[in-house]
Structure formats: structure tokens, C-alpha cells
Design a binder for this molecule. Structure first.
Ligand code: UT7
Length: 334
């Protein structure tokens, strides 16, 4: 069995910064409420028409990751693309990336696992490397969420949280000790309705939407049972981190950096406390980007690398929980 190594990291966020105060122009909210409940201070949102889409942002992050890995698109054997906000209903973003980067006719796989999309995508790529089928895989998480939010007061419980952006890694066959030591993936579909966007879907095809158009229908927008999701998140995060650590005979004290999906600073603080970890062991950047769903972990990984918080040989743990419900962790020897 081969080993997998992250050889390149990249990120991209749109230029436009939207502060909490900016949001008060659209809805009844406050900087104080948002900071206190989520830790978020600002997020990046596209300017409609600026050329940024989920796929193009993914490409920008991927180019940086390729450069970091010292590879060209021709070296890539496979693409895994995670998002909940694709440019098209179908096909998915993977093939758009293949075209825009000019990769050969390599396979492109789309992952639909929302907040845990990147953890699932990395685990998937890892299997292809481990079996020897591929040598270099682009793994991308990208989201353009801002254009699909209800910016009125009605939608404030969700709209203030989400941001746009993309992150990418190149996962390669390892020539040293670096490896993805294990992946741990879970789901509980009975909670699918607790965090969802239902329309459009095959139960609401375009003709039905046009006939029954109702601007008050909230099913066009993301719905989140916030308290409920929060309670499950604070249980599942520590659980799936410990599952991964125990599988490798590690303890929370052995972790050099934990990169939790950036869902809510309060969730990350709760997880840190529960596992008895120090501040320097946790990466938090939700303050600047909000929750960028499938992009949050690769953006945080890249930023941690840029800040010198990760070095070769470190134990880095990623963990995510979200819509589905789905959750998971990757235990990485960097
Ligand atoms: O990444 C995927 C997974 N997602 C998560 O893990 C998110 C988990 N959930 C959360 O992070 C939190 O539940 C939220 C941040 C979404 C909400 O925080 P909360 O403490 O659960 O607030 P709440 O929904 O219970 O609302 C409390 C009050 C309500 O007012 P009343 O009924 O007490 O008068 C809301 O209407 O806060 C009100 N509220 C707001 N007020 C100002 C809700 N959103 C806002 C807002 N600004 N943006």
C-alpha cells in the first residue's frame, strides 16, 4: 500500500469584505450579536458579475496548490471537487475545473457532503493514492453561498454565517514518512431536514416553480435548525476526533494542529475544552471568512501553512460536521 502526502496547498477568497456592520443595511442584526454567537467579524462575498463562480474560485485555489506542489495541470491524474453551491445543477464543478485548468481527460468526481465535503473528498482521494491507481490528485472545496441567502431579517439566523471562497490541496504518492494515517466518515440521514435547501430539486421542477411561484416560500433558501445542529456538532466533533486518534494510538496532546471545519467559533472552543487542548493546537479563522462550508478546511489548512503553524512531520487533524447529518475526520502525518 502506498502513502499519501499533501504536497501543495492553495486558497482564494473574493476581494470584497462584508463586515457585520455592513449586514445591518439588509437586516435587523448587530455586530455584537454575530460576534457573541458565532465569533464571525467579517466574511468575503463575491460581487455578482465579477467572474467568480464556485468553479472559477476552485480553479484559482487549485492553481496556487499546483504551484506550491511544483506540478502542472498535466501532472494531475484525478480531480475531486466538493461543494454545496455548484454553478450548475449538473454537471458538477469537477469537469469545469478539468476544462479550465487544461488537465488531460482525467476523471473528475463531485462530492456532495456540504460541511464535511472536504473531509470526505480527501478521504476519497487518499484511497486512490493508497491503492496505487493515481499519483497526484487535486482535491478542491469551493463555495459561492452569498447569492443564495435570504438577506432580509427573516433569514438572519443563517445569512450572517456563510462566506464565499475556495481551498485546494494536491495529494500525491508519498516518498517519505508523510501519510494520511486514517479517515473516519459517518452519516445520519434521519436528520437531513435539519439543515437543507430543498428547492430546486426534482420534487420542484422548473414548471412547478413558475406555476406556483411564491416569494414568501422559504424552501428556496437554506434552512437550519441552529440549536439542534449546534448540539449534535459539539458531540460529534470530539467523538470523531477521538475515534481517529485512538485508531492511531494518539492522544489530543499529540496533535500539533487541529483544523476544525469553521462552523462557529463557539463550537471550536467547546471542542478544544472538551479535549483539553491548548490554544496553539487549534486553527480558527472563522473570524475573517465566516463559514465557507466545504472550503473552510482547505482555506484554514493553507493559512496555517502560510503562517508557519504546520511543518513536515506534524500530526494535523481535520474534523467536520454538518448537513446530512454527515461528519468525519482525517488524521494526517504532514
Ligand atoms: O456548518 C454547518 C453546521 N452549522 C453549524 O454548526 C451551526 C450551528 N448553530 C449555530 O451556530 C447557532 O445555532 C447559530 C449561530 C446559527 C444561532 O445561534 P443561537 O444562539 O442558536 O441563536 P438562536 O437561533 O437560538 O436565536 C436566538 C435569538 C432569536 O431571537 P428570540 O427568539 O430569542 O427573540 C433569534 O431570532 O437571536 C435571534 N437572531 C438574531 N438576532 C440578531 C437570530 N439570528 C440573529 C441575527 N441577529 N443574525
Amino acid at each position: 500500500m502506498y502513502k499519501s502526502k499533501i504536497t501543495g496547498l492553495g486558497k482564494y477568497v473574493p476581494e470584497r469584505i462584508v463586515t457585520n456592520n455592513d449586514l445591518t443595511k439588509y437586516m435587523d442584526t448587530s455586530d455584537e450579536w454575530i460576534r457573541e454567537r458565532t465569533g464571525i467579524e467579517e466574511r468575503h462575498w463575491v460581487v455578482p458579475g465579477d467572474g467568480n463562480t464556485t468553479a472559477t474560485m476552485g480553479v484559482k485555489a487549485a492553481k496556487q496548490a499546483l504551484q506550491h506542489a511544483n506540478l502542472t495541470p498535466k501532472d494531475i491524474d484525478f480531480i475531486v471537487f466538493a461543494t454545496l453551491s455548484p454553478d450548475y445543477y449538473f454537471p458538477g464543478g469537477g469537469v469545469q475545473v478539468q476544462k479550465m485548468l487544461g488537465c488531460d481527460t482525467v476523471g473528475a468526481l463531485d462530492v456532495r457532503n456540504q460541511c464535511s465535503g472536504f473531509v470526505y473528498a480527501l478521504a476519497t482521494a487518499d484511497q486512490f493514492i493508497k491503492t496505487g491507481m493515481y499519483k497526484n490528485i487535486l482535491v478542491i472545496g469551493s463555495e459561492l453561498q452569498s447569492t443564495g441567502l435570504d438577506l432580509s431579517t427573516r433569514g438572519r439566523g443563517v445569512a450572517v454565517i456563510f462566506g464565499d471562497g475556495a481551498g485546494a490541496v494536491v495529494l500525491s504518492r508519498s516518498d517519505d514518512d508523510s501519510d494520511i494515517l486514517s479517515n473516519h466518515l459517518h452519516s445520519e440521514g434521519k436528520y437531513a431536514e435539519e439543515l437543507t435547501v430543498k428547492v430546486p430539486g426534482n420534487q420542484n421542477p422548473p414548471n412547478k416553480l413558475v406555476e406556483n411561484w411564491d416569494s414568501e416560500d422559504l424552501s428556496y433558501y437554506p434552512y437550519m435548525n441552529g440549536n439542534y445542529v449546534f448540539k449534535h456538532a459539539v458531540t460529534r466533533f470530539p467523538e470523531v476526533i477521538m475515534e481517529g486518534l485512538q485508531a492511531n494510538n494518539l492522544t489530543p496532546q499529540d496533535v500539533d494542529l487541529l483544523i476544525p471545519h469553521q462552523a462557529n467559533l463557539r463550537i471550536s472552543q467547546f471542542v478544544q475544552k472538551k479535549l483539553g487542548m491548548k490554544d496553539e493546537q487549534i486553527m480558527n479563522n472563522i473570524q475573517k471568512y465566516g463559514n465557507t462550508t466545504a472550503a473552510s478546511i482547505p482555506i484554514a489548512l493553507t493559512e496555517a501553512w502560510e503562517q508557519g503553524r504546520i511543518k513536515r512531520g506534524d500530526i494535523v487533524v481535520t474534523a467536520a460536521f454538518g448537513s446530512g447529518f454527515t461528519w468525519g475526520s482525517n488524521i494526517i502525518k504532514f
